[in-house]
Design a protein around this ligand. Structure first.
Ligand SMILES: Cc1cc2nc3c(=O)[nH]c(=O)nc-3n(C[C@H](O)[C@H](O)[C@H](O)COP(=O)(O)OP(=O)(O)OC[C@H]3O[C@@H](n4cnc5c(N)ncnc54)[C@H](O)[C@@H]3O)c2cc1C
Length: 391
């Protein structure tokens, strides 16, 4: 057996796809996040400036938007998709528009998601498509169902339309043979989403894992719940995207406000343990289960790769995927791809003003403590230094 020698410290492999000026631009973008004023108020001010018609689009596109998004439309993402694929990294087109809750907008979003699926058909550079449930369903409706409040007749009809939208997307994925992720959001809207996700799996994942639901390991008991879903899966192949979870503060605040126990793990170490436990459980059930480790955590990524190695599983076994967000953790994505693992990036896209909430979250996530350099910035600085020394 070959020794296990995967490492994420090779910045040459991580940034091979960027020339010097692109690297410097990325460094500039991550440097901006040191300024808490810009991180806190930048997205709001930018949205306001765009509304006023101020000519700032070019600047945003060449900095924050360019760092984290593929383009404003599906086709505008083509160059990014091509560049990633040259290094063996796939793209998951993610229509990241948030906010408008009209039925017409939900229907338009379904059409947009279906376009990403049709675009992905038969193309290995698009290994998955994805959507967010709140892009096709009213938040308050999901919350009512998730918290066990009885729906009135109009809402029952509305929920019927929501289920139809989910099915429309699932059916399109099935007909085009494209794997589909269903993102997870806040815990109090998750129950109806989970129920629909497993219904879709039962319908469309009978030949192979096509529909992937999301497991959030920062939720207490999430690994055990995933195990139960695996045991309950009769006649289909369950798929899971395993993540830690993105709504920790909101979850804690609501639990306090409403006076129920916080569903989130008490410590980061507990989230890490739960995540790794979910990977182990899914791995043990690999005769039917497929997974994607959606994480920027090096240890968890190494754990999955090591389990595959120790059990003699090929790096490119289709049951195992890794995924990161575009513009982040290139050291993980590109080093995995260089060793032949299945890896892809979420490539968010949409009109600049509509993706501002997404960009705001990335800025917050990458803003470092005073005097401390963020992880992404440190990697960029390391690679720029390495290139300079090489010249
Ligand atoms: C491809 C991809 C898809 C994603 N899809 C989703 C999705 O559908 N839904 C979703 O919610 N998120 C999603 N995320 C975001 C994800 O949940 C995490 O927020 C993000 O990836 C950071 O976690 P990490 O595993 O990368 O690494 P790390 O940086 O090691 O972990 C950070 C995470 O640990 C947890 N954490 C931090 N501090 C504490 C604490 N004190 N106590 C308990 N837990 C703590 C939080 O979840 C935090 O986000 C996705 C991420 C990726 C890369």
């Amino acid at each position: 057996m070959q020794p296990f020698n995967l490492s994420f410290s090779n910045t040459k492999a991580a940034f091979k796809h960027k020339n010097d000026s692109e690297l410097k631009k990325s460094k500039f973008t991550f440097s901006i996040f040191k300024f808490s004023f810009l991180v806190n108020y930048g997205p709001g001010l930018t949205t306001f400036a765009l509304k006023l018609g101020l000519p700032i689009k070019g600047m945003i596109k060449s900095t924050v938007f360019g760092q984290f998004c593929g383009g404003e439309t599906i086709d505008e993402c083509d160059p990014v998709v091509k560049t990633l694929w040259k290094s063996g990294v796939g793209s998951i087109l993610d229509y990241s528009v948030e906010g408008d809750e009209s039925e017409a907008n939900f229907d338009a979003n379904v059409e947009e998601i279906k376009h990403t699926i049709v675009k992905a058909k038969g193309k290995p550079e698009y290994p998955f498509c994805v959507f967010k449930p709140t892009g096709i369903a009213r938040y308050a409706l999901l919350e009512k169902i998730g918290t066990g409040v009885k729906l009135d007749l109009e809402e029952v009809e509305e929920f019927y339309r929501v289920k139809k939208r989910f099915d429309d997307i699932g059916k399109t994925a099935f007909e085009n043979d494209v794997r589909l992720f269903i993102d997870a959001e806040e815990s109090w809207i998750q129950d109806p989403v989970d129920d629909i996700a497993y219904e879709l799996m039962a319908k469309y994942s009978t030949q192979k894992a096509l529909i992937y639901n999301t497991v959030q390991s920062y939720r207490k008991g999430s690994a055990e719940y995933m195990k139960k879903c695996i045991e309950d899966a009769k006649g289909y192949f369950p798929g899971f995207k395993i993540v830690r979870g993105a709504y920790m503060e909101k979850e804690g605040a609501r639990a306090i406000e409403k006076g129920y126990p916080n569903p989130i793990q008490d410590t980061k170490a507990n989230s890490d343990n739960e995540y790794n436990e979910a990977l182990r459980i899914a791995f043990e059930h690999r005769n039917t289960v497929s997974i994607c480790a959606g994480t920027h955590n090096e240890e968890s990524s190494l754990l999955l790769a090591k389990m595959m190695h120790d059990h003699g599983i090929e790096n490119n076994d289709p049951r195992f995927w890794f995924a990161q967000l575009y513009g982040m953790s290139d050291n993980i994505s590109f080093n995995l791809a260089a060793k032949g693992y299945n890896v892809a990036k979420y490539v968010p896209y949409g009109p600049i003003k509509s993706v501002m909430p997404y960009l705001g979250r990335r800025a917050k996530e990458n803003s470092s403590m005073a005097g401390q350099m963020g992880r992404e910035l440190a990697l960029l600085v390391q690679e720029l230094k390495r290139r300079k020394a090489e010249k």
